[in-house]
Design a protein. Structure first.
Length: 411
């Protein structure tokens, strides 16, 4: 089932092709099951079509049961060196290495292999520690990071048109309703299960990450409290809070947890790419603030899989969708602060900047949405993103757009 990636996620293969044969390590990083492995397989097909010999393409999946717990960077180097010797040394050798975070100190092996100019190396991983200080030390200036996210709304539509014949002629509104309730995991998008079945599938992904990537790796001794912290995050998605906020909440519930433990839990969830931290930025002071950040999910379906779908939570889900779309398009994203007012998002990309407010509907007294944006005294684009199609248009230079259009159109 590679066709969906070749046709509808071709942007990632194009990125890989753009760096083909350049002497840098290509790192694809994203949450589990977001499509990294299939993109890598599709890239292999691309290499073969370009005339690369199959014997010169070496693939490894390190989450496989073929690799035991004692398989380390030395084992990795020995295995790959042996495979490399069997390849045609007169031509470039391509290493496609999947889920490398499963091998401790994998970067040492890659660094050693990298010294050969005859190697073109591609790795994927499901942990943000792929870019930790240790790895940066080994590979400084010698890698490029390609973030892989779950499906955008535009990709979701193409998946549904391909894999759900009954939805080929659906309206954009119908597709958006499905996307809002299903999220963007590729496997879910290309099947026609019930919403409950979809949430069970995502729960399996979540359980793998929590059990394998967090609990076992960090030896969490109190999984019940860890799950309670995760639930707090899910219930407060898109709200300002900190580790101290969580600490105070549990204290009010007569539950004891060290604030350092909460910091660790948040860090580990970030590293496993379940959540993203969105820091606050003071527009007047022009500085990033270190308090009262917000957290967003790498896919909205994680919330549904744990808490179920609720129309009451749509406002925070809309924020999450906008946040992810900004990240997909290469923006650095912050929460904006101007005096005592808040801007949902400030997004920077090179010399570009946009300001965005997100709301389910635009009330008659829209001071928060429009007034807060009007308080910003510069000429960068300003948007209100809403589900209320009746108010879309332009007011004093502020573009009011429906979220389905914001997610699919150029800005």
């Amino acid at each position: 089932m590679q066709e969906e990636y070749e046709v509808f996620r071709s942007q990632f293969v194009k990125k890989l092709k753009a760096f083909k044969d350049e002497h840098i390590v290509k790192i694809l990083c994203g949450v589990r099951r977001c499509g990294k492995s299939t993109i890598l397989k599709t890239y292999k097909s691309e290499l073969l079509s370009l005339g690369v010999k199959e014997s010169n393409i070496i693939e490894r999946l390190y989450s496989s049961m073929d690799y035991q717990d004692d398989f380390d960077s030395h084992s990795m180097y020995s295995d790959l060196s042996s495979a490399i010797k069997k390849a045609d040394q007169d031509n470039k050798i391509y290493l496609l290495l999947d889920e490398v975070q499963e091998v401790e100190n994998w970067e040492k092996c890659i660094n050693s292999l990298f010294e050969s100019s005859n190697m073109d190396i591609y790795v994927t991983g499901s942990n943000s520690k792929l870019l930790s200080s240790e790895i940066s030390t080994y590979l400084t200036g010698r890698f490029v990071l390609i973030h892989i996210y779950t499906l955008s709304f535009a990709e979701f539509i193409e998946f549904k048109k391909t894999y759900s014949p009954s939805l080929q002629n659906a309206s954009t509104d119908e597709y958006f309703d499905l996307y809002l309730k299903s999220g963007g995991f590729p496997f879910v998008a290309k099947t026609n299960h019930t919403q409950e079945d979809n949430y069970q599938i995502v729960d399996g992904i979540y359980a793998t990450v929590v059990t394998k990537d967090i609990s076992k790796r960090h030896n969490i001794s109190n999984p019940e409290m860890f799950n309670r912290v995760v639930r707090f995050i899910l219930e407060n998605l898109g709200k300002n809070f900190s580790a101290k906020t969580i600490f105070d909440f549990f204290k009010s519930q007569q539950r004891s947890i060290a604030i350092e433990t909460i910091y660790n839990y948040l860090t580990w969830l970030e590293e496993a790419l379940i959540i993203y931290r969105c820091n606050r930025y003071d527009i007047q002071g022009k500085e990033v603030l270190k308090t009262q950040e917000k957290y967003y999910l790498s896919d909205i379906s994680f919330k549904y899989s744990q808490l179920g779908y609720s129309p009451k939570a749509v406002a925070s889900i809309l924020e999450n969708l906008v946040y992810l779309e900004l990240r997909r398009r290469g923006y650095n994203v912050y929460i904006g602060k101007i005096a005592d007012k808040e801007i949902d998002f400030i997004a920077n990309r090179q010399d570009e900047k946009i300001y965005i407010q997100v709301c389910r509907t635009l009330p008659e007294d829209s001071d928060r949405e429009l007034g807060n944006l009007k308080a910003i005294r510069d000429n960068f684009p300003k948007y209100v993103v809403t589900m209320d199609s009746s108010v879309c248009g332009n007011e004093d230079g502020i573009k009011i757009v429906h979220i389905k259009d914001f997610l699919t159109q150029a800005w």
